[in-house]
Design a binder for this molecule. Sequence first.
Ligand code: MN
Length: 316
Amino acid sequence: MSNRSEDPNLASEDSIPPSEITLDPRIVKLTTRSGVDVKRTLPHRRLRTIGAWCFVDYFGPTDQLNAMSVAAHPHTGLQTVSWLFSGEVEHRDSLGSVQVIVPGELNLMTSGKGIAHSELSINQNSQLHGVQLWTALPDQDRNCEPTFNHYSNLPNFEFQSISVRVFIGEMLGHGSLAKTYTPLVGAELHVPANTQVQFPIEPDFEYGVLAVEGDVSVNTNRVVSGQLHYIPQGGQQISLSSSNEAKLMLLGGQPFTEKIVMWWNFIGRSHDEIVKMREEWQSHSPQFPDFDDQIGGRIPAPTLPNLRLSPRGNLR
Ligand code: MN
């Protein structure tokens, strides 16, 4: 995924996390050659991060040709978490990885100090439908060597009537092997019709519930497809109810307390760092090795805004 819209990151203030709030998505054009538009809920002016989750894009379902066609582009200081409900996406990167992402399996790319990758939807017989999420790496790990990992064997369990697949972290004793750098959890939940449950959560985590299909009530707030409902630290359980069948993403983590500069596809800590990262990408430096993305047209970095980027975070 490539972030063309820098909007909330140019806001001049830190965000004050609300007590509990439902965020509406912004519609964002992914790239000029991608058919699908994405619904982006993080970052948001009201809320920068949920745990270390700092970017939430939801897309589809769509049967457009070339729904996703994102040529080579760089990342720094983050992990990308690619998760599909249907369809297939071919991932290629500057480490030489070539991996088809399929539903129910996790692709986790840790950019560390720098990586480049591409994403191309393939197999036009099935609709493209999924999310791409980013997690911010903490300062002590953000310059690590880049890695790419694919996890096909992820824990699946039932809690009362809800079916849960954990792709990151641990939930109710069921853990994913995926490596994270801060305490995080991510899971897909299937909620059958006429459900009402109290779903246990970690009190030291904050959470976001992304409604994918169906609409649900989260702690009595109605959340419809594409919306992200935020729940601050301190809860013991989430009240989930649904009259129809629903699919949700539950994302959580310990609040990320570092201020970050998020611009285009880079996460740094200062304006000057971002300027340097941009120059390294533009000059084909070894920080972002060239690779054959099978798409062509390596994505150039946008022009920097006419202001100094400041580190931003949630005020705590
Ligand atoms: Mn990307």
